[in-house]
Design a protein around this ligand. Structure first.
Ligand code: FES
Length: 375
């Protein structure tokens, strides 16, 4: 029995019944208030998954759908959808009286988390003993049935051949052979909606970017990324992958969780036209933001230049260029030298101080008068 003083007045029925679902705050508690079939109900506004605001989601049949990753909870019982009933958010008494909506915070039911086996990618990154491991990622797009020569991929294969010759383990990923979705901007809903492992990887069993995550976060000591130059930038597939790697960077941003430690990145860039330095700059910037170390001279490149767009000649040139093949070997050697020393040092993550970093936690800086005027 709820005593009269425990009822909180939420407002007018006429006003609150205008929206089927809304997120409200009652005495500091987040509540998802539902109006459906002429009745109000109230469930917790905090999702069981990673705390998404349920009241900001939508109503689908009898279920409130979380706006972050679409978990569903029954509008009256707070239980998950069929098969996930054990995953339950609290429900609260709600009634109408004299044209007002009243809610009590004395829960009718409690929260319960169904055990979900953590995804394999979620394990702690720990280097397994063994020879150096080099992952090559080719970002060239082409027809899978009728492939064509790719100069960046040729040089990547040449690098991996040399790595193998040195006794390293190698793994080549051709992004075009993977079925993977674009990043859908979970971070833009809330930085906390972007999770590790990537929510798309967790929600979509057909998404194959887990192979890249596995190599980058767990398996490889060295990654070599190869790209063609497309209109002065890296390839579209490169950027499609990079956007999905935001979740690795975001772990640093919001949790100080540096997933990439003591790993090395090198780059191979080729193009019919120029802009090598801009492409290299963008790639180096991004991968160092993930935590990768760069060796001295971290990229090799080849371009015929603006006025030499003779692509048939270009493919032949790269195929026959001993200079470029030697450059791939040197790149691997430089990466390996750095990698050996990093593994030997086994240093923890290097990011100790968040200040000055992208999206550093403003709550840590509430005494900063310059920031206080902005937040
Ligand atoms: S589904 Fe609600 S927070 Fe992920």
């Amino acid at each position: 029995m709820v005593s009269s003083e425990e009822w909180h007045d939420l407002g007018e029925v006429a006003e609150l019944s205008k929206r089927p679902l809304q997120q409200i705050e009652v005495a500091g508690k987040k509540i998802a208030l539902v109006f459906k079939d002429g009745q109000f109900s109230a469930i917790s506004g905090v999702c069981n998954h990673v705390g998404g605001p349920l009241g900001d989601g939508c109503l689908e049949g009898d279920y409130v759908v979380c706006p972050w990753h679409y978990y569903k909870f029954h509008w009256k019982t707070g239980e998950g959808e069929p098969g996930f009933e054990e995953d339950r958010v609290p429900t609260f008494p709600v009634k109408t009286e004299n044209g007002r909506v009243l809610l009590s915070l004395n829960r009718l039911t409690t929260r319960n988390h169904k055990f979900h086996e953590p995804m394999h990618l979620a394990r702690k990154p720990e280097r397994a003993p063994g020879p150096l491991r080099v992952a090559g990622i080719s970002t060239t797009a082409m027809d899978l049935k009728y492939p064509r020569p790719s100069t960046s991929e040729m040089l990547l294969e040449s690098s991996l051949k040399h790595a193998k010759f040195l006794g390293f383990d190698t793994h080549l990923v051709k992004l075009r052979e993977l079925n993977f979705r674009h990043c859908e901007g979970f971070y833009s809903k809330s930085s906390h909606a972007c999770i590790w492992p990537c929510s798309i990887t967790q929600l979509d069993p057909n998404d194959q970017l887990d192979q890249v995550y596995e190599d980058l976060v767990h398996w490889a000591d060295i990654i070599l990324i190869a790209t063609p130059i497309r209109w002065g930038s890296a390839s579209a597939l490169y950027f499609k992958m990079v956007e999905r790697l935001n979740c690795i960077q975001n772990q640093i941003t919001i949790h100080n969780n540096q997933l990439i430690c003591n790993k090395v990145a090198g780059f191979i860039i080729t193009g019919g036209q120029d802009n090598v330095q801009a492409v290299a700059g963008s790639m180096m910037g991004f991968f160092s933001e993930l935590g990768f170390h760069l060796p001295p001279f971290p990229f090799i490149a080849h371009s015929l230049g603006w006025s030499m767009e003779n692509m048939e000649h270009n493919v032949r040139y790269v195929q026959q260029s001993k200079v470029l093949v030697d450059a791939t070997k040197d790149l691997v050697n430089r990466c390996a030298t750095l990698s050996h020393s990093l593994i030997a040092a086994n240093a923890p993550g290097t990011l100790q101080n968040r200040a000055g970093r992208k999206a550093f936690n403003t709550r840590d800086h509430e005494d900063d008068p310059n920031l206080n005027s902005q937040i």
